[in-house]
Design a protein around this ligand. Sequence first.
Ligand code: UFG
Length: 340
Amino acid sequence: MKKVIVTGGAGFIGSHTVVELINAGYEPIIVDNFSNSDERIVKQLEQLTETSIDVYNVDCKNIQQLSKALILEGPIHGIIHFAAYKAVGESVEFPTKYYDNNVGSLINILKLMPENDVHNIVFSSSCTVYGEPETTIVDENTPRVEAISPYGNTKRICEDMIMDAAKARKKMKAAILRYFNPIGAHPSSMIGELPHGVPNNLVPYITQTAAGKREQLSIFGNDYPTEDGTCIRDYIHVVDLAKAHVDALKWMSSTDENQCEVFNIGTGKGSSVQNLVDTFERVNGIKINKKVVARRPGDITAIYANADKAKEVLGWSAKLTMEDALRDAWNWQQYLANNW
Ligand code: UFG
């Protein structure tokens, strides 16, 4: 069985990817320092997949420990690198924390890959690299812009580091996945998002409001130049997103050539914040206490993916709907209330 190191494998996207790797016949190995994830997720994963999973409680910034894990587990087919800080606002306040962790971890991984005869890497990037684009629909050739936040800048720098490494290393294959807005949870309700403290993102804020953990959802601005005045994003079910990582690994196995490609991973459809909230209420039969407030600084008006390249090259496309994701997100929130 091909072994795949999944850094950040206990996190939101990482844990869903672990499930899809197992479903596809890979052996995922989790490397996570649990700084922003919960060890109980590993138990949930093992129960859900009926598989025992090797886990290393290791910080990717610690090259000695990371190296040990790679040596112990070798030979390794590939690395999927999720482990990173991801709060945009926090990155503005503590920029060095973000550069140190997000860039530092990838430097260690890129150093250790050739030493351990590992040549395949899938990297978690973000549509944040496009900034406020001139067109709302972006493809991979849409120019990247200067990042608005240190978080966004770490994604841009990490993309560049991988591209440079791939140019220098003949055996290397890399897939840089630019995620749009991941939402939802596993349909089993056994894994999902576990935000620390007050959620920054829309869907966990909605589910916590619906559950009575938050008093009111703030809709950040309804005076944007969109149909209903609220921002537009491309919300993708986390299970679909997880599958894109598996398809990226399969694509790497299908060629002997040195490769480094960037892929947009989104549905290709934009939804407004208002539409998402209305859909949540409709599919779950719940009313959310909500209020329109001022715009949130740094939010862009609208962005969604042209994901044609992922379809053509990886054979991947999103299959699940926003309705599915919002139902699964609410079921997970209820599971948490009863079991966590
Ligand atoms: N929103 C609200 N109320 C909330 C939270 C969010 O109205 O309580 C709105 C935002 O203003 C935005 C939309 O919901 O219009 C989506 O906001 P999220 O915070 O869920 O997601 P973002 O699009 O801001 O951010 C996401 C990822 C980032 C990534 C970024 C790239 O979370 O990691 O996309 O654009 F950098």
